[in-house]
Design a protein around this ligand. Structure first.
Ligand SMILES: [Zn+2]
Length: 148
């Protein structure tokens, strides 16, 4: 089961939905979230932070230690938390889960009227979208990591 949590950035202008693989960690793991607007002045500390296309997640490593004893990795680093899905975007980037539903709406309307075309359109949509996100530089679009 996948739990998602919505977390707001420090300047308050944006929020991101998070995914917690196997529900090992909770939203308490995210100490601070910075969107591209509010991340410009901060100093990046790789011991507790991960950077993704201007967004920065600062993890509370004490809580990670406390809640994360079930993670079969040692030491647990921000890279593992993010890339292996223990505390990461719900989707490829913040807002992905909302955008993808909206983008798919038109294609979904084909499902009943033209199922063959529906499948083709879905495939090419997914491919083009991934190529676009790769070009934009999103971390999860690069390696084809796990998703929910
Ligand atoms: Zn912000």
């Amino acid at each position: 089961m996948c739990m998602a949590a919505e977390i707001r950035c420090t300047c308050g202008s944006k929020s991101a939905s998070f995914h917690f693989r196997d529900n090992i960690l909770s939203d308490q793991t995210v100490r601070t979230l910075y969107c591209p607007a509010c991340s410009s002045d901060i100093r990046i500390d790789p011991v507790c932070m991960i950077v993704d296309n201007g967004w920065v997640i600062e993890y509370d490593m004490d809580i990670v230690q406390f809640e994360g004893h079930k993670i079969p990795r040692s030491p647990v680093t921000p890279v593992i938390l993010f890339d292996e899905g223990y505390c990461t975007w719900n989707g490829i980037y913040p807002g992905d889960h909302l955008d993808s539903v909206r983008e798919r709406e038109q294609i979904v309307s084909l499902m009943k009227s033209n199922p063959t075309r529906y499948i083709q359109e879905m495939k090419s949509w997914a491919q083009q979208r991934m190529a676009r996100l790769q070009g934009e530089g999103w971390r999860k679009a690069q390696g084809g990591g796990s998703s929910c």
